[in-house]
Design a protein around this ligand. Structure first.
Ligand SMILES: *[C@@H]1O[C@H](CO)[C@@H](O)[C@H](O)[C@H]1NC(C)=O
Ligand SMILES: *[C@@H]1O[C@H](CO)[C@@H](O)[C@H](O)[C@H]1NC(C)=O
Length: 292
């Protein structure tokens, strides 16, 4: 009789104490969802599993190490060659939104394939130039397509995730290797601006949309590591990182997250002090228009 009573109480205990090892076991066996929230990653080869091939790796593969997997599990949906536009057209944001559950986080980071021109030949990835509601008409693969701007794609994707009860990180892209000349030097691209603009226009931190100035943090650690170390870890070209640099890129994202105000940043297992006292360098301050 008493064991039957205990069984009836198990699900209730699981809900009341989600972090006890007992409750985690219950969540795996009985609960409709895992106790851990998922951090979904949407991006290109610089984030993807296997990077750009030929021994390179994407930074998304290293993010899990900065989170306790009992609380947050990383799911990397990044894929090489994609832009905010092609990730949208191919239904990849939709596919992630299908999986998103309330309490999850989604990181969106594009920029490496979003530039270029739609004419004379549209590669299917280039966004319409601009920061607002501009549209461009094109024919790609024989199909007429209305192309949006990068911030418009970011906002459209973020809204899908917000609607599912997730919080969203609209991240700036990593730069290409800023040390390839032998001297490390960085300046922001328009995508650094577009990414925080999109986050701000959705309502920013108050609306559950955060920005990580990943480009700026990545440039800071590359400069601190120095050209020799950085160059040795871009084995094939100036875009795709070897495993060492991919881990560095993940760390610079983690520092940017940690230095911001999101609950996900507070959940990073590494202290701000431990990150700041490494090559990653200090938190970078931003004015109030940047929703970090
Ligand atoms: C945070 O700490 C874990 C465990 O020591 C480590 O594996 C990970 O690389 C650290 N993250 C960063 C960004 O240094
Ligand atoms: C706020 O910071 C951003 C990013 O550094 C910058 O582009 C923008 O001009 C700044 N805005 C103001 C009002 O200072």
């Amino acid at each position: 009789m008493s064991s039957l009573l205990a069984l009836c109480l198990l699900p209730a205990l699981g809900l009341a104490h989600p972090w006890s090892s007992f409750a985690k076991h219950e969540a795996r066996t009985n609960a409709p969802r895992a106790a851990a929230a998922t951090i979904h990653l949407c991006g290109d080869s610089t984030m993807a599993k296997g990077g750009g091939g030929s021994g390179t790796e994407g930074w998304g593969q290293y993010l899990q190490y900065s989170f306790n997997s009992a609380g947050f599990v990383v799911s990397n949906s990044a894929i090489g060659g994609r832009s905010a536009r092609s990730f949208t057209r191919e239904g990849r944001f939709d596919a992630v939104a299908e999986k998103v559950q309330e309490g999850d986080w989604v990181v969106v980071e594009f920029g490496h394939n979003d530039g270029g021109s739609l004419t004379p030949t549209d590669n299917g990835r280039t966004d319409c130039f601009g920061a607002g509601a501009e549209t461009c008409q094109t024919t790609y693969n024989g199909v007429q397509e209305t192309v949006l701007t990068y911030p418009a794609y970011y906002k459209k994707a973020a809204q899908q995730f917000l609607d599912k009860g997730a919080k969203v990180i609209l991240s700036a892209p990593t730069p290409n290797n800023i040390c390839e000349t032998g001297t490390c030097s960085w300046g922001p691209s328009r995508f650094d601006y577009y990414a925080w603009l999109a986050a701000a226009e959705l309502g920013g931190t108050a609306a559950g949309v955060y920005h990580v100035p990943h480009g700026e943090y990545a440039a800071q650690v590359m400069t601190n590591l120095g050209a020799d170390t950085v160059n040795a870890n871009y084995p094939n070209d100036h875009t795709h990182t070897g495993p060492y640099m991919a881990n560095v890129m993940a760390g610079s994202f983690v520092l940017g997250l940690r230095c911001g105000t999101s609950a996900l940043g507070q959940a990073v297992i590494n202290s701000t002090e431990s990150l700041e006292s490494s090559s990653y360098g200090p938190c970078i301050s931003h004015n109030s228009t940047v929703p970090v």
